[in-house]
Write a protein that binds this ligand. Structure first.
Ligand SMILES: C[S@@+](CC[C@H](N)C(=O)[O-])C[C@H]1O[C@@H](n2cnc3c(N)ncnc32)[C@H](O)[C@@H]1O
Length: 239
């Protein structure tokens, strides 16, 4: 499944640009506890699944879903009992190890874990009814987000749905100081605020209007862009 012949010019996504080192087992182990201080992860996942139930022609029960940047697998293990098939992939083996451990007691037979990334996954064309990705695409610079979105469109069935949740900046050039009132002032936990400052200053979150344009340029129709959580927006698109 994994593309092993990455061209020399392609962004090396397996060397993840992140303030939190997701390749470290200790960081992977405390990921959900840390994020739980600013996010309602279960409610987010229910929200995404309810949207998919309505958006996927034929509903969730027969759907094949690809989740990219699954992290510790919270969405994938919630989705699998409601869907026909879930493929969950991540660029960090340490995160996948925690995901597998958390899912094991559930005995899910329709859930596979894959070590790969947005650019390097190589599933067949028209294979999935939906692609879901949460808080992961910002690890790629904008050019490579565009390439990733084309890879997503390729593997979606015609009419298939993309749900993309990520930290994006809903303002214009020259207005980055708005990140203080809009994001930082709303994060009470120091344990989360410090990495979030790193996120804004060093990672590749982009303007909301750039994300919307990238989705359209990658050949999908943007159906919705709205606020999703304290730190993220949701983009819903169809192939
Ligand atoms: C902030 S976590 C998000 C995890 C989960 N989706 C969530 O919403 O909590 C970001 C995840 O994206 C993964 N990641 C980073 N770059 C990636 C890439 N190019 N392809 C796939 N996964 C990537 C990281 O290893 C990490 O597990």
């Amino acid at each position: 499944m994994k593309k092993t012949n990455r061209p020399v010019w392609q962004y090396d996504e397996l060397k993840i640009n992140s303030t939190i080192d997701y390749t470290m087992a200790a960081e992977a182990a405390r990921y959900e506890e840390r994020h739980g201080t600013v996010r309602k992860i279960e409610a987010e996942n229910r929200n995404i699944l309810e949207r998919l139930e309505t958006l996927i022609p034929g509903g969730l029960a027969k759907a094949r879903i690809l989740e990219i940047g699954t992290g510790t697998g919270a969405f994938a293990r919630t989705a699998a009992p409601k869907c026909a098939w879930v493929t969950a992939l991540d660029a960090a083996e340490a995160m996948l190890a925690v995901a597998k451990e958390k899912a094991a007691p559930l005995g899910l037979q329709n859930l596979e874990w894959v070590h790969a990334g947005f650019l390097t996954f190589d599933f067949p064309e028209n294979a999935y009814d939906a692609v879901v990705t949460s808080l992961a695409l910002h690890h790629l610079p904008d050019v490579w987000k565009g390439e990733a979105l084309v890879n997503i469109r390729r593997t979606l069935k015609p009419g298939g749905v993309l749900i993309l949740v990520d930290v994006t900046f809903p303002w214009d050039c020259g207005e980055m100081a708005k990140c203080e009132p809009v994001f930082l002032d709303k994060i009470a936990s120091e344990d989360m605020k410090r990495p979030f400052i790193g996120h804004i200053s060093k990672e590749y979150s982009t303007f909301s209007w750039i994300m919307a344009a990238l989705i359209e340029h990658a050949g999908m129709k943007l159906l919705e862009r709205s606020k999703f959580s304290t730190v993220a927006e949701i983009f819903v698109a169809r192939k």
